[in-house]
Ligand binder design. Structure first.
Ligand SMILES: Cc1cc2nc3c(=O)[nH]c(=O)nc-3n(C[C@H](O)[C@H](O)[C@H](O)COP(=O)(O)OP(=O)(O)OC[C@H]3O[C@@H](n4cnc5c(N)ncnc54)[C@H](O)[C@@H]3O)c2cc1C
Length: 401
């Protein structure tokens, strides 16, 4: 039997979930080391929903996140001609959400982990895992080194190597059909409301933006493409070329969208988004478990991937704290998290489907039906399950679920 009286955990992946999990495990009295493939961070901007922010509040990091980003409490949807289609909330349980650059968000969590003495070892790309006869795991990395632990938790994202190892035949993440980019722009006047993310169904793509109280514009775009580009296809494309390509996508929409793109100080490299259409049969095997995108990557259109990863981290650490048998802890964690993450996957899938609508008739029909759909499903009561969910760190996980 694997028991958590043995306390060394190897965490693979130092993105969003990894350092948060390490911080919760430390509170539970379990030591962790984080092994991260990259040597530097990169990224875009994202909405950290209030349910995810609540997890960081438990870690005492919410103020740092709110002062780095910009608070958002609602969203509004329109079409490319400026017709209002509806909207919804981005708040619940007494908290607002936050629009934030991904690199500082990750840094806030990982710097806190390092401040608390949790080692983050960068440049360590997991290649393989061997289970030991004592019930532990040995991770081997691409650079030829290895590390041994009693538990190994894969927080290694959508293309998780840990997941491939525990379920070798699993199909893996599939391309959502959308190319993503975005950027940051200042000094451009655009229509906006306070604390609001504005979403626009344009003729050839989807455009979202938020204007902070200081006038800083966070914006993102995605547009459909029939064929999945090669993973490194956008390498070498300059900022100016990216702008030109995006201006072409939005050439027939409201002119202020092109002003945002033209005025950008920074644009993000094009990258394809992926989701896991099916969760692996099990999120754990022996001493190994999966957390965040590794277990259940959902489309970015949900605006919930980072929050699901943070919720997972808190729930798994609680289970390891409250069960002496690690297998029970893993199984309980999985059962507590599967349904919610599967429901969130559907939110993302639905968000993606609206972005794939092309052609005037289909777009006319989408614009006709969207207000009805939003009234039914995006009102505060209907979306409360998403935003008011809280992981109560202090309550004990009772019984074997
Ligand atoms: C374009 C886009 C927009 C998004 N927008 C939002 C949004 O608005 N709101 C939201 O909540 N979510 C959003 N997401 C999703 C969100 O980024 C993820 O759900 C979230 O980062 C998942 O956290 P994670 O820790 O599970 O994985 P990640 O944050 O991806 O971290 C995984 C880490 O593991 C490392 N790694 C990978 N393989 C290995 C290996 N073999 N060995 C060692 N390390 C490895 C990676 O380098 C990475 O640092 C968006 C995603 C994309 C692509």
């Amino acid at each position: 039997m694997l028991t958590n009286t043995k306390k060394k955990t190897l965490i693979i992946g130092g993105g969003i979930a990894g350092p948060a999990l390490a911080l919760f495990l430390k509170r539970a009295g379990i030591d962790a080391e984080i092994y991260e493939a990259r040597t530097s961070s990169e990224g875009f901007s994202l909405t950290l929903s209030c349910n995810g922010l609540a997890v960081l509040q438990e870690l005492g990091l919410d103020h740092a996140v709110l002062s780095e980003g910009s608070a958002v409490s609602k969203w509004k949807m329109s079409n490319g001609k400026g017709r209002h289609l509806g909207g919804g909330v981005l708040a619940g349980g007494g908290l607002k959400s936050v629009f934030i650059k991904r690199v500082p968000l990750g840094n806030i969590i990982s710097e806190e982990a390092e401040r608390q003495g949790i080692p983050i070892i960068r440049g360590k790309k997991l290649e393989d895992i061997r289970m030991t006869s004592e019930g532990g795991a040995v991770a081997s990395f691409q650079d030829g080194t290895s590390a041994a632990g009693d538990y190994l938790i894969g927080c290694d994202g959508v293309h998780s190597r840990t997941r491939q190892i525990i379920e070798p035949g699993f199909q893996g993440a599939s391309f959502t059909g959308l190319i993503n980019s975005g950027g940051y722009t200042s000094g451009v006047q655009v229509p906006c409301e306070p604390e609001t993310i504005h979403f626009i169904f344009c003729k050839r793509g989807f455009f979202g933006y938020h204007v902070s109280p200081s006038g800083f514009i966070y914006w993102f775009t995605n547009w459909p493409t029939a064929k999945e580009p090669a993973r490194d296809a956008s390498r070498g494309i300059t900022d100016e070329e990216r702008k030109r390509m995006m201006l072409e996508v939005y050439q027939d929409d409201q002119p202020f969208i092109r002003k945002i793109i033209e005025g950008a100080e920074t644009t993000f490299p094009f990258f394809s988004s992926y989701a896991l259409p099916k969760q692996p049969a099990s999120w754990h095997k022996g001493p190994i478990a999966l957390v965040g995108d590794a277990a259940h990557a959902i489309s970015p259109s949900s605006g919930q991937g980072a929050s699901m990863a943070l919720e997972d981290a808190a729930v798994l650490a609680k289970c390891l704290r409250d069960f002496s048998d690690a297998e029970q802890a893993y199984a309980t964690y999985e059962r507590l998290r599967r349904e919610r993450t599967a429901k969130m996957y559907e939110v993302g899938r639905h968000g993606d489907s609206g972005k794939h609508v092309t052609g005037p008739f289909k777009q006319w029909f989408r614009d006709l039906t969207t207000p009805v759909f939003l009234k039914l499903f995006a009102n505060p009561k209907a979306s409360d399950w998403m935003y008011s969910y809280r992981v109560d760190w202090n309550s004990k996980v009772s019984g074997y679920h």
